[in-house]
Ligand binder design. Structure first.
Ligand code: CA
Length: 431
């Protein structure tokens, strides 16, 4: 899967792409953008520009296969499969590389827009959204608070645990997040009350865009599951902890999660991430092997991803003082106990059908060490100790005006570093 489009030495005639932290020539993520007053349409991020694919098609620089990527919703692009995506990637690379003929560069340059002028949208119509729980250190941290002697449930190492989330409230990075109202009950209170969430939190997750999908009743075998995954993003599963702890038994999260989920709006393709595939870390001694329908040797050998992820906070006081955001944690997608192929194989193992544009969340990604814990629930031990910020402020949970930003970056010796662009949201007060 690694080819000339991953060559670190390749440069673009779009000057801002060269050395760009997220979007060098080797990334070429797809998204949906609009300029003020214009209709949303598909584009590709390159440096601090967006290549307007409808304009590129009109200029005759791409053929009909690119039409799905120029659309205002990228479900058709996601359905292309690895072959179609790779062919388009090769063509885009040829248009944007420094080696492109001068006439091609001139025609394509007229199809670039400044990303700073554009709004970015949720890039596909998301039919269904599923949130997994594959971050084992997050599961351990949460479990320890409830069951110190037995933090993981008996199913955890057999089942990629998940719940059905809410697709309608998924929003792109930058969309403000309204603190939800809900039923809350402190342990010492006899009855719940309805009002603003008191314990608002974030969850640092990895988003997985489904490509081909499967027919109802036809499971995707583990060996074919990876081919069904089209791309990736960052995902913030905003969580109302007090509402969650009151409502979740016995059926799991509901209103504590469904008020909003934020995603980074660029789809970083499976092809762009090919150099950053790694072996799934071996299970500790004593852990059970995955059941046969979740085990594939090739998936174990190269089905995990090496992507560094970070959480940053900017409070209103920090913003007013001109301070930079403060990094709360850093972890890696290799901290997940299940590969994305195992998640997909499990999801379809009962015959449940997935469709292009469905979205998975990985579950909160936490490292073993405290500096890598991916939620305030973990960092404050569920509100039992304050988190100190460098400017002297403290937090148990998020305050109105707090901005949370996730960043993700894939780096490997010999390859260009690529990133996801931010997944950001600022909390505002409950209605
Ligand atoms: Ca979650």
């Amino acid at each position: 899967m690694i080819d000339h489009t991953h060559d670190r030495a390749a440069t673009s005639w779009v000057a801002s792409a060269n050395g760009h932290a997220d979007f060098p020539l080797q990334n070429l993520p797809h998204g949906v953008f609009s300029r003020p007053g214009e209709a949303p349409r598909g584009g590709v991020a390159i440096g601090d520009k967006i290549l307007d694919l409808a304009a590129v098609l009109a200029a005759g620089l791409l053929d009909g296969a690119a039409e799905a990527a120029a659309a205002p919703s990228l479900n058709g692009f996601l359905a292309l499969g690895a072959g179609g995506r790779t062919a388009l990637r090769h063509r885009l690379f040829a248009v944007l590389a420094s080696a492109a003929p001068a006439a091609v560069q001139a025609r394509a340059a007229a199809c670039l827009v400044d990303a700073a002028e554009c709004d970015l949208h949720v890039p596909a119509t998301i039919g269904d959204y599923t949130d997994f729980f594959a971050g084992i250190h997050h599961a351990m941290n949460g479990g320890k608070l409830l069951r110190p002697d037995n933090p993981l449930m008996a199913n955890y190492k057999y089942v990629p645990v998940a719940y059905h989330g809410r697709a309608s409230s998924i929003r792109p990075s930058g969309t403000p997040v309204r603190r939800p109202n809900g039923q809350r009950k402190r342990p010492e209170e006899a009855a719940p009350s309805f009002g603003p969430c008191r314990n608002l939190d974030y969850e640092m997750e990895f988003g997985i865009w489904i490509g081909g999908g499967n027919a109802l009743g036809e499971p995707v075998p583990i060996g074919q599951a990876s081919a069904q995954i089209a791309g990736f993003c960052l995902l913030n599963d905003w969580s109302a902890r007090d509402i969650q702890s009151w409502e979740y038994q016995p059926l799991g999260p509901f209103l504590a999660k469904s008020f909003q989920t934020s995603i980074s709006p660029w789809i970083v393709t499976a092809e762009a991430l090919a150099p950053f595939r790694i072996a799934q870390p071996p299970r500790p001694d004593g852990d059970p092997a995955p059941l046969p329908h979740l085990f594939d040797a090739a998936d174990q050998a190269a089905g995990a991803l090496d992507i560094a992820v970070e959480v940053h906070i900017l409070t209103p006081l920090m913003r007013a003082a001109g301070l930079p955001p403060h990094r709360l944690s850093h972890a890696n997608t290799s901290d997940l106990y299940w590969t994305v192929a195992q998640m997909l194989a499990h999801h379809t193992s009962n015959g449940c059908n997935l469709a292009p544009g469905d979205l998975f969340g990985s579950g909160t990604i936490s490292a073993v060490a405290e500096g890598g814990w991916g939620s305030l629930q973990e960092l404050t031990l569920a509100g039992r100790r304050e988190l100190a910020l460098p400017n002297g402020e403290t937090r148990m949970f998020l305050a109105d005006g707090d901005e949370i930003t996730f960043r993700g970056r894939a780096a490997r010796d010999g390859f260009a570093t690529i990133g996801f662009g931010p997944c950001r949201g600022t909390v505002f007060s409950a209605p």
